[in-house]
Design a protein. Structure first.
Length: 395
């Protein structure tokens, strides 16, 4: 489906007359995607009406970069010189609109899509126009990716799962040889293996034992690291993508125990996380074919499950984040979140997100994380699903 067709379909679904993108100096990546990385130095509006040719409201100085055939064949130019003229053009061009979509989010809770400035939004509202979030439409241009990127995602997950197994095997090797290893040593092993496999990441992996894992973003360093010994519970959170412009992150968290048999206290708590993920997955499997499902709904399923198990106060982050072609594993699409925000964006075909519930109690922390891709209105595990804690010293 062509871009304009996607936009028109979304506008009709939302009952909106136009999508109004406002930008300054190429800060909005979606505008850059439509216009290219041009030297634009003044305020600009890119407007996609439901039933007319798209147009650009731009300053006269910037027209030198916008008057080529590539742009004028797709967009009409509405040129202003003064700020008064800019506002007059908005009044005239938006006169027939009753509702428009702009890049805002409910209460500003989704910074990745809250790109329209307050004043621009308020001026549009002052014209008697209802302004709604473009979040569902925006993710169609920011969070979906090509078939090739999808293949790279599978490759990244295959390699990451392999390196995860190697990391737990390395712990076993060093424990049996030296009696201990360290969080930092295993972190370095993982990062070195990523590089050897042609992968990159924004930050090094998390390796955390016991109480260290009670901090969701604890990470060892050369200066601060705990030893890993027999009897320790070990959390490994690792993320990387293929070193390719279309690389998509694999982002997983697995749990291990340095012993031959996992103690019941660990096994029982991990079972809660496992079942929480499975509850989310079954909810998606049952509901997606029937209706639009929002990110917050999925978060609430796992959150309620963990609450019923008695650990609500120790589940202190959203269930999952979007994953896309991006510099970090935290992408711009729908998050699985009714905790840090109320993400009302729809879970659509072609998006990937993590499911990673955690219990960060004072005695020890624990998290389980997989990645889910949506295809043909069905969820697919693309990063494995841990069934039980790994007994690291088991033969």
């Amino acid at each position: 489906m062509k871009k304009n067709e996607v936009i028109h379909e979304a506008l009709a679904k939302e009952g909106a007359d136009a999508w109004v993108i406002v930008d300054y100096e190429n800060r909005n990546k979606t505008l850059v995607e439509f216009l290219g990385n041009r030297m634009l130095t003044r305020k600009i509006f890119l407007v996609f009406p439901l039933s007319k040719k798209p147009f650009i409201i731009c300053h006269s100085i910037d027209t030198v970069f916008l008057r080529d055939e590539e742009i004028t064949s797709q967009f009409d130019l509405k040129v202003y010189h003064t700020w008064q003229e800019m506002l007059d053009i908005e009044r005239k061009e938006f006169a027939e609109y009753k509702k428009v979509l702009m890049d805002i989010s409910e209460f500003g809770l989704l910074p990745r899509i809250s790109l329209a400035d307050y004043g621009s939004v308020e001026f549009v509202k002052s014209l008697g126009i209802e302004v709604a979030s473009s979040g569902n439409l925006l993710q169609r241009f920011s969070a979906l990716y090509s078939d090739r990127a999808y293949e790279l995602q599978f490759l990244a997950n295959k390699k990451t799962l392999m390196i995860k197994d190697e990391a737990f095997a390395k712990i076993k090797e060093l424990i049996l040889k030296n009696g201990e290893t360290s969080e930092y040593e295993i972190q370095k092993f993982i990062c070195d293996r990523f590089h050897e496999e042609g992968m990159v990441y924004d930050d090094p992996a998390i390796v955390a034992i016991g109480k260290n894992a009670s901090d969701p973003h604890y990470g060892p360093s050369k200066e601060v690291s705990s030893p890993i010994k027999k009897g320790d519970l070990v959390l490994i959170d690792m993320w990387a993508k293929m070193d390719d412009p279309e690389g998509v992150y694999a982002d997983i968290t697995w749990m291990g125990y340095v012993g031959e048999e996992v103690p019941e206290v660990y096994a029982k708590r991990f079972e809660i996380l496992k079942k929480a993920i499975e509850a989310d997955f079954e909810f998606l499997k049952n509901e997606l074919p029937k209706r639009a499902v929002a990110g917050y709904e999925v978060d609430q399923i796992s959150r309620d499950y963990i609450k019923e198990a008695g650990f609500a106060e120790y589940f202190v982050h959203r269930t999952g984040h979007n994953i896309a072609v991006d510099v970090s594993p935290h992408g711009p699409g729908v998050n699985i979140d009714n905790y840090e925000s109320h993400d009302i964006r729809e879970i659509i075909d072609g998006v990937t997100f993590s499911l990673e519930p955690g219990i960060y109690a004072p005695d020890f922390g624990m998290r389980s994380e997989t990645n889910v891709y949506i295809k043909d209105r069905q969820p697919i595990y693309v990063a494995g699903h841990q069934e039980e804690i790994i007994a690291i010293l088991k033969d």
